[in-house]
Design a protein around this ligand. Sequence first.
Ligand SMILES: NC(=O)c1ccc[n+]([C@@H]2O[C@H](COP(=O)([O-])OP(=O)(O)OC[C@H]3O[C@@H](n4cnc5c(N)ncnc54)[C@H](O)[C@@H]3O)[C@@H](O)[C@H]2O)c1
Length: 262
Amino acid sequence: MSGTSEGWIDLSGKLALVTGAAAGIGRASARAIAAAGAMTVVLDRDESGAAATVDAIEASGGKAIARTLDVTDEAAWRGLGSWLEAGWGKVDVLVNSAGIARFDRVDESIAKTYREVFAVNVDGTLFGMTMALRFMRAAGKGAIVNISSTASLKGNPAMASYGASKAAVSHFTRSAALECNRAGSDIRVNAVLPGFTETAMAQAVYDQFDEKLGGRDKTLAVFASGRPAQPEEIADLVLFLASDRASFISGSTISIDRAQGA
Ligand SMILES: NC(=O)c1ccc[n+]([C@@H]2O[C@H](COP(=O)([O-])OP(=O)(O)OC[C@H]3O[C@@H](n4cnc5c(N)ncnc54)[C@H](O)[C@@H]3O)[C@@H](O)[C@H]2O)c1
């Protein structure tokens, strides 16, 4: 399980925010970060899922608090900033994991799905970064981990908007990292690019493709080159990048896909 790196990775005394933390990769990341000692703010639009993540963290002896947040809502991010200012006055770590995928291709119908997908994946990540960077610049340090995707690396005829949105996330990651470096701060910004990972998002792919491709094995052969990742395997990389162990890693977009893109 993630967080067993106790002692090697120590986030005690840190305040960490994780979006999309009610499920999947976000939940696993929040659990790993909390297990490493950080006070973890579990952010999601799914209130009961976020509360369940907090319960799981507390049951393993970690510290966490849930707050409902729709990442597409810029005003809600400002409200979160004021709440953090009053409560902690800092943000040490931000993980942007909230994300959605839609099946679409470049035809007339894409306008709607493109807006939905970009609102969550791109606006949400940007709003999060701008809010957190305000605290991090004041402190001169911090770590941001954005969850991009290997879908950003190639054209994606089944999920065109999704791939493009993740390419934007990777690019904003690099730009923010450079900006922070040039300003002489110790703020690191990185992106993790998971391959196919066993979450609700993967289930949507199974629902769409299992029958079409001739069974689960076939779907996994196409999308996962074998087996899907477990969210905890992605969370281990997120945890590492969030920690001081990754002190010389910034502006990197790191695939974690077990040779899927090789
Ligand atoms: N599962 C995969 O195969 C895979 C692969 C590569 C990248 N990713 C990325 O990993 C991240 C996490 O995805 P997952 O697979 O864990 O999916 P998931 O569906 O299990 O979790 C996504 C979470 O984001 C939350 N969310 C969605 N829209 C939101 C909004 N507007 N405001 C706040 N929260 C919102 C959901 O409530 C949910 O808890 C996403 O950014 C996704 O694109 C997933």
